[in-house]
Design a protein around this ligand. Structure first.
Ligand code: SF4
Ligand code: SF4
Length: 395
């Protein structure tokens, strides 16, 4: 194999943190594809331009997504990356793998592809980087015969993703992994056969700490919450204070709705004004605990900047019960999809269409009543006409 000098990439190996360059170099010792990837990448850094091009649709039979076509624009110079397609494998909920199954898939990937992976892509999939066109079908046959499936790509439902929820986390209000699996199984056709104006992502978080960053990255965020009060164990609050916690500064003043108070003895919460943000609970784990009915808030519309700027999700349903088979939630989602599909131009995400058409027409279409929290800012025109006498003495 050709040995490439990589002075620029070598810079990225320095420092105490893990380096993707180091990993590519390791893979390059046994893979010509990984080796030529190293050479092309160094050239890209040197010339300050990318040498990848999209050369048409590639995929496996019966699927419209799951493989992203990528070709080198310098195939003679770097034949190993002439074809360098990305294969997305649907990750298990919560990203739990048995060592055996992980070894199996990585052995297959060494056999059919470059050996390079990205664990995981920002959608959540296990990403296999660098496959030749003719190796796609045999790879897919091997992978799918072992129970794996492709993830989503293009204008499709993207592979749903979730936090690990009740499997390890005491704060999970909903069974995130079950919801994720159920949505993946129910809507497989939407994942595999792109049929929409653009992509649509579900991310499911067990609580508002939102370890899966659903509020910034999902067209539909499902975030676990609760209906009851926050139970306060005042003795344990005292223990926190004795241990040095500044409860006023660290807890009360950080409450986004200002619904907490502390007089040095007792911590009080006005639960009617609590937005269930989880700040206080995550800081005083032993003293505070959510109670009452558990369910989820449904938020809609976040995305990274492409057509318009980045958006964070809006709350559309403050509380919905999330019990298998999640019929109410699925019915709501399908109404959202219908409205979006009817109203979006190509490559418009649902959040962008809501921005354009207004939350009001979206809520009307899906049959959900408006919430005060959906108001961005007070009206600029209050329809109140001041008279001189109203102002006298009150200027
Ligand atoms: Fe736990 Fe909440 Fe994070 Fe899920 S989002 S892992 S429930 S803290
Ligand atoms: Fe305040 Fe958030 Fe705690 Fe509610 S959960 S009391 S909003 S800090």
């Amino acid at each position: 194999m050709k040995k490439y000098e990589t002075p620029l990439l070598d810079e990225l190996e320095k420092g105490p943190w893990p380096s993707f360059v180091k990993e590519i170099k390791t893979a390059a010792t046994k893979s010509e594809m990984a080796n030529d990837e190293l050479g092309q990448l160094e050239k890209s850094y040197r010339d300050k331009r990318g040498y990848w091009k999209h050369g048409g649709i590639v995929g496996v039979l019966g699927y419209g997504g799951g493989v992203i076509g990528r070709y080198s624009s310098l195939p003679e110079e770097f034949p190993g990356v002439a074809h360098f397609h990305t294969v997305r494998i649907n990750q298990p909920s919560g990203m739990y793998y048995k060592t055996d199954s992980l070894r199996t898939i990585l052995d297959l990937w060494d056999e059919y592809g470059s050996g390079l992976t990205n664990m995981h892509g920002s959608t959540g999939d296990m990403v296999l980087l660098g496959c030749r066109t003719e190796a796609l079908e045999p790879l897919f046959a091997e992978v799918s015969s072992r129970g794996w499936d492709l993830g989503g790509s293009g204008s499709a439902l993207r592979t749903p993703a979730c936090c690990l929820g009740q499997s390890r986390c005491e704060w999970a209000n909903i069974d995130t992994m079950d919801i994720c699996n159920e949505l993946t199984q129910t809507y497989q056709d939407y994942v595999h056969r792109p049929a929409w104006p653009y992509k649509f992502k579900f991310k499911i978080a067990g609580c508002a700490i939102d370890c899966v960053a659903s509020i910034a990255r999902a067209d539909c965020s499902v975030i676990g919450t609760w209906k009851g009060k926050i139970a306060v164990d005042q003795d344990v609050v005292k223990d926190y204070a004795k241990a040095g916690m500044n409860i006023t500064e660290e807890i009360v003043n950080m409450c986004p709705t200002g619904c907490m108070s502390y007089d040095g003895k007792e911590l009080k919460i006005d639960d009617t004004n609590c937005s269930r943000c989880m700040h206080c609970i995550s800081k005083m784990t032993k003293a505070l605990r959510p109670t009452g009915e558990k369910g989820a808030s449904i938020l809609i519309g976040s995305k990274a900047p492409i057509v318009v700027g980045s958006l964070l999700s809006w709350v559309v349903v403050p509380f919905i019960k999330m019990e298998p088979p999640y019929t109410e939630f699925k019915a709501l989602v399908e109404k959202m999809w219908d409205w979006w599909d009817d109203n979006a131009k190509p490559r418009e995400r649902i959040g962008e269409v809501i921005e354009m058409k207004g939350m009001r027409s979206f809520l009307e279409a899906i049959g959900v009543p408006p919430q005060p929290q959906q108001v961005f800012e007070p009206r600029k025109d209050p329809f109140f006409f001041w008279k001189e006498e109203d102002l006298n003495g009150n200027k």
